[in-house]
Design a protein around this ligand. Structure first.
Ligand SMILES: [Zn+2]
Length: 364
């Protein structure tokens, strides 16, 4: 009996360590920085200097080679349960064509990297994103996390925060959806319903996965209900690095007091919904960016569109009619020239479109 108990205990320890080692194993040339607070940050040691590598869907990318980066664009968004049950409603060929067309258009304008924060509940399909990256020869960085405004599936309701965090870590270190394509950042969302119990669980799991892996966090926030600040409270409570938190959709408000309360804590903000005019007009979005750039915050802001090359949330034609300017190239074609005309400097544009992505990935 004693022998059997010892054997079972031994087995349990072995399973625990094997499981750990699956996540921790890295190719030989990759080492982790000793005592780094986010100790799994992948760093290559080369000629006495360090370089951070970020996982894109087509392989690791040197952080110094991100180039012109759109921080928040979706190759495709769809209701995943509807697609699973009624796949005849969707036309993948058309979806690919639309995504390729948009990416090629911004590539011609100089874009080198796109961060695509499509995660669970938005119909993430990593092979689809990979296909677009390969067809357009563009670096696309995918995300892991859960996009929900209020509830999570029963599967997660009956399990712990750490269980969820381990799944996110697996996406980052092993691969997404049984592929070896790894996620490069984490995503969570809080909208008008606020921080519900389920939403808080996702946010804490995201923060814990960030601490284990060193990859940054992007949120979907709803400034009208102040959720960006609430997100920051929870993420910081879990010990996340504020320099690796991007409070998305902050540009949906022109309330400078609210925005500076986020910036004062060190986080990045997404002025990332250009072309969507329901929450905020383009002129107001621009005025906020101009004012914050004047205050010295160009090194904390990102310009993007949250564009979805295809999206099934509305009947066909509705989005085009409501938001005729919305596209993946709106910022580069119309907003950047306008910001420059109104006094934003080349260097500030460089921060918002080139340098900040590297800082966010590296935690600076
Ligand atoms: Zn989005």
């Amino acid at each position: 009996m004693l022998c059997k108990t010892v054997y079972m205990l031994y087995n349990a320890i072995c399973i625990f360590y094997n499981r750990k080692s699956i996540y921790r194993n890295k190719p030989d040339e990759i080492k982790t920085i000793p005592n780094h607070p986010f100790c799994n940050l992948q760093v290559y040691y080369e000629r006495n200097h360090t370089m951070t590598f970020i996982n894109s869907v087509t392989g690791p990318v040197n952080a110094s080679e991100l180039g012109l980066t759109l921080i928040h664009e979706h190759m495709r968004v769809r209701s995943e349960s509807v697609h699973a049950q009624f796949p005849h409603l969707y036309d993948e060929k058309q979806e690919i064509a639309k995504a390729v067309e948009q990416v090629i258009r911004v590539k011609k304008l100089g874009v080198n990297t796109i961060c695509d924060p499509t995660v669970m509940e938005q119909g993430r399909d990593i092979r689809f994103i990979e296909k677009i990256a390969r067809e357009t020869d563009t670096q696309i960085i995918a995300a892991t996390g859960i996009y929900t405004y209020n509830y999570i599936p029963t599967h997660f309701q009956t399990r712990s925060i750490d269980y969820m965090a381990d799944l996110f870590v697996r996406d980052i270190e092993v691969g997404i959806q049984n592929t070896s394509i790894k996620a490069g950042f984490l995503k969570c969302a809080t909208d008008a319903p606020g921080v519900t119990a389920d939403v808080e669980k996702v946010m804490r799991a995201v923060a814990r996965a960030h601490k284990k892996t060193g990859v940054p966090i992007m949120t979907h926030s709803h400034p009208a209900s102040g959720t960006g600040l609430k997100q920051l409270d929870i993420l910081l409570d879990e010990g996340a690095n504020p320099n690796q938190i991007l409070i998305g959709h902050t540009g949906d408000t022109d309330n400078l007091e609210y925005i500076s309360n986020i910036l004062k804590q060190g986080a990045f903000i997404g002025m990332d919904r250009y072309g969507l005019t329901r929450e905020c007009s383009t002129e107001n979005r621009n005025n906020t960016v101009i004012e914050l750039a004047k205050q010295g915050y160009s090194n904390r802001m990102f310009l993007s569109q949250d564009y979805c090359c295809t999206m099934d949330w509305f009947p066909e034609g509705v989005i085009e009619e409501r938001f005729p300017k919305w596209s993946m190239s709106f910022v580069l074609e119309e907003i950047v020239p306008e910001l420059k005309r109104k006094g934003v400097t080349e260097q500030q544009i460089q921060h918002m479109l080139f340098d900040n992505a590297r800082c966010w990935f590296e935690g600076k």
